[in-house]
Write a protein of this length. Structure first.
Length: 287
């Protein structure tokens, strides 16, 4: 217990507020700019829990992998719990995003040694990207892996892809597991000064409404997911337009505990799975 009005606390306050910002940049400058307070306009701060949501096939895993790549390039090791991909599938996507080498040149069926040599050169000196040996299917195993990465490898950037696959069984069991893991990971992130990026699907009503933009209340898992998040980032399927190898949509920062909300125009490049934000003079081209 502490008294926020005590002389002792008031004396310590300036030192705490002027410490160096410890935050990890995302690949989107517009998103970084609304990460204030401990984020310092740099990116997501240690201790934050981020929820990113999207419909199937609309880029939530690619969003997470682009954020993963940004963290690695900034010098932060990442623990990535993928509940739907093998380690080789995840690696292929991550290598393409990081290196800019087309994924078709390093995936099975089209692997080209020359392209791989170029990709490997660009990923050679990056920090570790930790994944489980096997796909996990119980929330307790996910928490155990996350804590092991932190305690043994010093990893403070955690990605869980995605929450609705955290447990097999009935919808009630899945719902309970989601609530358990997001509650535990949020408290753990605050106490250990780590970042947790957890991916989520939308509820059935929202996912079927292709003429309506999603909201924080649209997350499948109920109020506990929204309440646990320092920030929610929703990929807008109502304004998603694909054209051959690219797609345009909006990332909706529609809950932000540490800054303003905003809408960010983003574009996917499906050759390399990379994500970029629109330039100011391009925004009129977005749906």
């Amino acid at each position: 217990m502490r008294d926020l009005m005590s002389e002792e606390f008031l004396d310590k306050f300036p030192e705490r507020q002027t410490r160096e910002i410890e935050a990890v940049p995302t690949p989107l400058g517009m998103l970084n700019s609304v990460c204030l307070s401990d984020g310092g306009g740099i990116g997501w701060a240690m201790g934050w829990t981020i929820i990113a949501a999207g419909n199937p096939g609309h880029g939530k895993s690619n969003f997470a992998l682009n954020c993963c790549a940004s963290a690695l390039k900034a010098g932060w090791p990442v623990a990535y719990v993928t509940l739907e991909m093998s380690s080789y599938q995840l690696a292929t996507r991550a290598y393409s995003i990081i290196s800019g080498v087309p994924i078709s040149k390093i995936e099975r069926g089209g692997f080209a040694q020359e392209s791989w040599d170029g990709a490997r050169t660009k990923i050679a000196d990056l920090p570790a990207l930790w994944v489980p040996n096997e796909v996990l299917s119980k929330w307790g195993d996910v928490v155990e892996f996350v804590k092991k990465c932190y305690e043994e490898e010093g990893c403070r950037y955690i990605i869980v892809d995605y929450l609705q696959l955290i447990q097999h069984g009935t919808e009630e069991a899945i719902q309970k597991a989601m609530q358990e893991i997001i509650t535990e990971l949020r408290a753990w992130a605050v106490n250990k000064k780590a970042i947790v990026l957890a991916l989520s699907q939308y509820n059935r009503v929202t996912s079927a409404a292709y003429d309506t933009s999603p909201k924080p209340q649209s997350l499948w898992g109920g109020m506990i997911l929204e309440a646990s998040a320092d920030q929610t980032n929703c990929l807008d399927h109502s304004r998603f337009v694909r054209d051959q190898n690219t797609a345009k949509t909006w990332l909706l920062v529609n809950k932000n505990r540490h800054g303003p909300t905003r809408e960010i125009p983003i574009e996917w490049n499906y050759r390399t799975l990379t994500m970029r934000e629109a330039l100011p003079d391009e925004e009129s081209q977005w749906p």
